[in-house]
Design a protein around this ligand. Structure first.
Ligand code: AMP
Length: 269
């Protein structure tokens, strides 16, 4: 429902066809796909962990915090997502305004690429650039136009990761930091921020992820061990929007089981 190209229901079918027994749905700052995914998960016999990927920022760097099994109606958590949605929309308008000075794209073309207006982000701007013939694919649009070092880039006004971790725990969710050392995406936060997140209740670090090379995976494992938290793995599959394949990285069964006992919501199916 944010920037993947398959619907939540299609994703459950794909998960089953790939032989996955458990899958998590974690749209950016949105739980709008939960109901559709849950119905499809029951129908197709796949266990579904309902979650979200919360956008946060520290030290001028974007930090993604995964939340699994939280109660989306919990007021503090719901208010955080609502504020992020508004901030994302404001930022998208500003970026599209800047882009429209140099490229033949406008707000309507960008919104057409998204399934809902509050989810509009750089992937949809990339799709608009492709639709206008200014880029071959999302990847090229990101590397040449939309990366965080470009003059078109505008950061989103989102909370600090410690605030997100605390709000996730308040809603009964299990917080895991996504790809902490993914240097290909730009600068990453210092270990001091990660320690603060652990103090706020962080449960784990994502180690196995396409944007982590072997060194980054080893560093994540060592850091998690020293902090007394677990490591997870996720494919970060986005459909045809990214090269990541479904199930290319997975989480160990015992880690999955320990995380699931901490969440307020049930695993579906
Ligand atoms: P935004 O939240 O609007 O700043 O967009 C960030 C999202 O863009 C990330 O979560 C990724 O899913 C996606 N993204 C980043 N780099 C690329 C890329 N090279 N190709 C496709 N999608 C990307």
């Amino acid at each position: 429902m944010s920037d993947g190209t398959d619907s939540p229901a299609e994703l459950m079918v794909l998960a089953r066809n790939h032989g996955l027994d458990v899958i998590a749905l974690t749209d950016h700052d949105s739980v709008a796909g939960w109901d559709e995914a849950a119905a499809a998960a029951r129908l197709h016999g796949v266990a579904l962990v309902r979650g979200v990927e919360v956008s946060t920022r520290a030290e001028g760097v974007s930090v993604h915090v995964l939340s699994y099994l939280h109660d989306p109606a919990e007021p503090r958590f719901a208010a955080m997502l609502e504020r992020s949605g508004t901030a994302r929309l404001r930022r998208a308008r500003e970026m599209v305004e800047r882009l429209s000075q140099d490229y033949p794209i406008g707000w309507e073309l960008v919104v057409e690429q998204a399934s809902n207006v509050t989810a509009v982000g750089r992937p949809h701007m990339a799709d608009a650039l492709v639709a206008a013939g200014c880029a071959r694919n999302r990847n090229q649009a990101f590397s040449e136009v939309l990366n965080s070092r470009s003059s078109y880039y505008v950061p989103i006004d989102v909370p600090h990761p410690t605030e997100a971790v605390a709000a996730i725990r308040a809603a009964g969710g299990v917080p895991v930091m996504a790809h902490p050392f993914a240097v290909t995406r730009g600068r990453t936060v210092s270990e001091a921020v990660i320690r603060e997140m652990v103090d706020a209740g962080l449960a784990g670090l994502e180690a196995d992820h396409r944007d982590h090379d072997d060194d980054a995976r080893a560093r994540t494992r060592a850091l998690a061990k020293s902090l007394g938290i677990v490591v997870t793995g996720s494919s970060d599959y986005h459909g045809s929007g990214k090269i990541n394949r479904l199930g290319e990285n997975t989480t160990a069964r015992e880690v999955y089981e320990s995380l699931m006992t901490q969440g307020r919501m049930e695993v579906v199916g």
